[in-house]
Design a protein around this ligand. Structure first.
Ligand code: TUI
Length: 314
């Protein structure tokens, strides 16, 4: 049975976090993951602060297990969300796309366990120094906003630098990825893309269909020229975005305007011109199934591999 210190710290049965995917991670998905023994997360990127508050309240009705909220720090309402989660008695937070330093004091005073997502050793060390409970180290295989380093090199370097637990993210999609993450020294994994195919995931069916059809080479990173690299499925939208970026005649403001609202359009409307954020492992997602089955496959698969590992030494 795979257990780690993060299970004790957070009161969860399995060391599996569900990524707090923007527009995607709502009460339905988070509660399903938490009820299955993992850590469900609700995204702060939704139709405004009050919509996120409602998701938190819904989640409390759907599960009595621990769950958390992911705060996207670059969002214009990040400060508002930071206060709202205290009001709602949220106990676990993950943060992404920046440093949560300015909010740490208030969150710690409220007894919140803060688990920032980091993409480098430097930020991981800073987060440990300001009182983070753990960090999610996210490699560039992941979907959405990505850093520079990839999981295989990032995780052991962050593990070596820190004393607090490290949750590995980026490219982890089945028991093989989970086992590998533990071998790299991680205490848990965070999985996003695989949960897009969960029955309880409320994304538009077109989004699920695109994930199920994806292959190994289906994703692309755009936005590097804007300082905000994002991995998404190759679609007419992302290809046009990439073309605009390589055309010196197109101004950054025009590109930004083109991208605004594109993720919501994909998630909520299945709009073919939307942004279908997904990780490199989208090609490994083969079926729609309950979140519980996904967690059982992740953990069961890893346990089987790890218990067979001594044979490698024979
Ligand atoms: O945040 C993410 N992934 C996301 S956020 C998002 S929302 C969105 N993005 C673009 C368009 C529309 C909507 C989609 N995906 N992952 C966590 C993450 N954080 N990955 C990398 C980082 C990161 C990168 C640099 C964290 C900190 C950082 O350093 C900044 C600093 O201050 O040093």
């Amino acid at each position: 049975m795979i257990k780690s210190r993060i299970c004790e710290i957070l009161g969860i049965s399995y060391p599996v976090f569900q990524g707090g995917m923007a527009w995607v991670a709502d009460a339905s998905l988070a509660a399903a993951v938490s009820n299955a023994g993992g850590l469900g997360l609700i995204s702060s990127i939704n139709a405004g602060t009050e919509a996120v508050r409602n998701e938190i309240r819904k989640c409390k009705e759907l599960t009595d297990k621990p769950f958390g909220v992911n705060i996207m720090l670059q969002a214009p309402n990040a400060g508002e969300i930071a206060q709202m989660v205290i009001e709602e008695g949220v106990k676990i937070l993950t943060t992404g796309a920046g440093s949560p330093a300015q909010y740490m004091e208030a969150w710690k005073a409220a007894g919140i366990k803060v688990i920032p997502v980091v993409a480098s050793v430097a930020l991981a060390l800073k987060m440990q120094a300001i009182g983070a409970t753990a960090v999610v180290a996210e490699g560039a295989e992941s979907g959405g906003h990505v850093g520079e380093l990839h999981t295989m090199a990032l995780i052991p370097q962050v593990v070596d630098a820190l004393d607090i637990p490290v949750i590995a993210a980026g490219g982890i999609c089945d028991g093989r990825g989970v086992a590998a993450a533990f071998m790299l020294g991680a205490d848990a994994v965070q999985v996003g893309t695989r949960f897009l195919s969960a029955e309880e995931c409320t994304v538009h069916q077109n989004y699920k269909d695109k994930i199920l059809k994806a292959t190994d080479i289906s994703t692309i990173v755009t936005g590097k020229t804007l300082g905000h690299p994002v991995r998404s499925l190759k679609t007419p939208f992302s290809k046009t975005f990439a073309k605009m970026e390589s055309d010196p005649a197109v101004k950054p403001e025009e590109i930004l305007a083109f991208g605004t609202g594109a993720l919501r359009k994909a998630v909520k409307e299945g709009d073919p011109n939307g942004s279908y954020m997904a990780g490199e492992c989208a090609g490994m997602v083969k079926k729609i199934e309950p979140a519980k089955a996904i967690i059982e496959d992740l953990i069961g698969g890893a346990e089987k591999l790890l218990s067979g590992a001594p044979e490698l030494l024979a």
